[in-house]
Design a protein around this ligand. Structure first.
Ligand SMILES: [Zn+2]
Length: 110
């Protein structure tokens, strides 16, 4: 005897909004013209990866992305300017992916 399919979501729970594995949807910010402009300008002034690991190892890698040192959400939550160069660092993509992975684990997103 076939059974009726069990609902995946409990009716009293809000539907989950998915941003991949991200907790917040940052795509509007990162795809926006102001950020793209700031990111490009910052990278042309700081063309090398400024991450901790590269500094410690005196490794020289080209910067490919601009990272918010404390994280975008932290800045927004604390009314800080996410375009402020003081909050930014140039990073190599590989270094950045590592950092993002670590941050995600810290916040228990993964
Ligand atoms: Zn690095």
């Amino acid at each position: 005897m076939p059974k009726a399919p069990t609902p995946k979501r409990k009716p009293w729970q809000e539907e989950r909004v998915s941003h991949g594995r991200r907790l917040h949807d940052n795509s509007k910010f990162y795809n926006g013209r102001p950020w793209r402009k700031v990111s490009k300008a910052y990278r042309s002034e700081n063309p090398l990866c400024e991450c901790k690991e590269c500094k410690e190892l005196e490794r020289v890698l080209p910067a490919q992305v601009v990272d918010h040192v404390k994280g975008l959400q932290y800045l927004l939550d604390n009314n800080l300017d996410p375009y402020d160069w003081k909050e930014l660092q140039s990073m190599n993509k590989k270094c950045h992916d590592k950092k993002s992975g670590r941050d995600a684990h810290k916040n228990k997103i993964l």
